[in-house]
Design a protein around this ligand. Structure first.
Ligand code: CP
Length: 331
């Protein structure tokens, strides 16, 4: 088959900076599976994609003729919407499926649903599922690409990438940053992707949270320090990443009360003062105002929460682009 590089069609890559050189994966399931160079490639592609998002007409023909299925078994505002916008900006055709309107309600297994979708010849399935590892299960069985939009408490690679891109926008590098991640580490797929990505890129991650929410052995992941006190993690940090309390995943026995949690692990202006003067405040969303962080901090000058969301579209464009393999049939 005669092929043409995607780079020729995006209008945003020159021969030496773009194309799909260096990314060999069919699927993107976890940042722990990617090399530092592959993460670097995804981030630099996302930077190029941002130019498209700033145009009046935000559309390029890069993925024209490709079909992308968004299969979300859990609620989502940011991830589902931005994967759909990303696909549309690259001219792919998109289909959204939610469990409440799918045959999952009639007892169909994930495997059967996926095989039936595959029979309709999608190129990429973007899936969010409550079961950690469900994407590896599908990726082995399906010939199309699988992108993980969040699996249980395992990983959320697009969130990890957009977090890193937002930090890199401010600091120019991830190497040497002190990043505090505070909250429910045990149930957080965001924390796992951030830890995997940031430590590969040379950041030092400091974790803090209630002892019931710190997974045993997490410090063995390398360049990760577990702090007993949130203040120790935040002190001199370049970035303070607050995590959402995952009440839906933890049952309700790990915390005495949300008020007590906010008192010891919530970010307020007084605690934030311990970080570097212009430290970034981040949160993957959705935020629980007054619990993980005060409104004053969430809406304050140091908050980069909406920059994270903005970068989410470019990062997801980069992910769709790279798993598509860099080749399209010519007309
Ligand atoms: N950060 C994040 O995953 O948000 P959504 O649940 O809204 O997708």
């Amino acid at each position: 088959m005669v092929t043409k590089t995607l780079g020729d069609r995006t209008g945003c890559f020159s021969d030496d900076e773009g194309g799909n050189m260096g990314f060999k994966h069919k699927d993107i399931i976890a940042l722990k599976d990617l090399t530092k160079e592959e993460i670097e490639l995804l981030l630099s592609t996302a930077e190029n994609m941002r130019e498209i998002n700033s145009r009046d007409i935000k559309k390029v023909p890069t993925l024209r003729g490709k079909t992308i299925v968004n299969l979300f078994y859990e609620a989502s505002t940011r991830t589902r919407t931005s994967f759909e916008i990303a696909a549309k900006r690259l001219s792919a055709d998109t289909v959204n499926i939610s469990p409440s309107t799918s045959s999952a309600t009639k007892g169909e297994t994930l495997s059967d649903t996926a095989l039936n979708l595959l029979a309709m010849k999608p190129d990429i399935i973007v899936m969010r599922h409550a079961i950690s590892g469900s994407h590896y299960f599908l990726a082995k069985r399906l010939s199309c690409s699988i992108i993980n939009a969040g699996d249980g408490a395992h990983e959320h690679p697009s969130q990890g990438l957009l977090d890193m891109l937002t930090m890199r926008d401010k600091f120019g590098t991830l190497a040497g940053l002190k990043v505090a991640i505070v909250g429910d580490i045990t149930h957080s797929r965001v924390a796992r992707s951030d830890i995997a990505g940031l430590t590969k890129m040379g950041s030092h991650v400091f974790l803090a949270g209630p002892p019931t929410m710190i997974p045993p052995g997490v410090e063995k992941l390398g360049n990760v320090t577990v702090c007993k006190d949130m203040r120790e993690a935040v002190e001199d940090a370049d970035v303070v990443m607050m995590l959402r309390i995952q009440l839906e995943r933890q049952g309700k026995t790990l915390l005495p009360s949300l008020r007590e949690y906010a008192r010891y692990y919530g970010l307020n202006p007084e605690v934030l003062k311990l970080a570097k003067k212009d430290a970034m405040v981040m949160h993957p969303g959705p935020i629980n105002r007054g619990v993980e962080l005060s409104s004053y901090v969430a809406d304050g000058a140091q908050s980069h929460i909406l920059n994270q969301v903005e970068n989410g579209v470019a990062v997801r464009m980069a992910m769709l682009y790279h798993v598509s393999g860099g080749e399209l049939p010519t007309e």
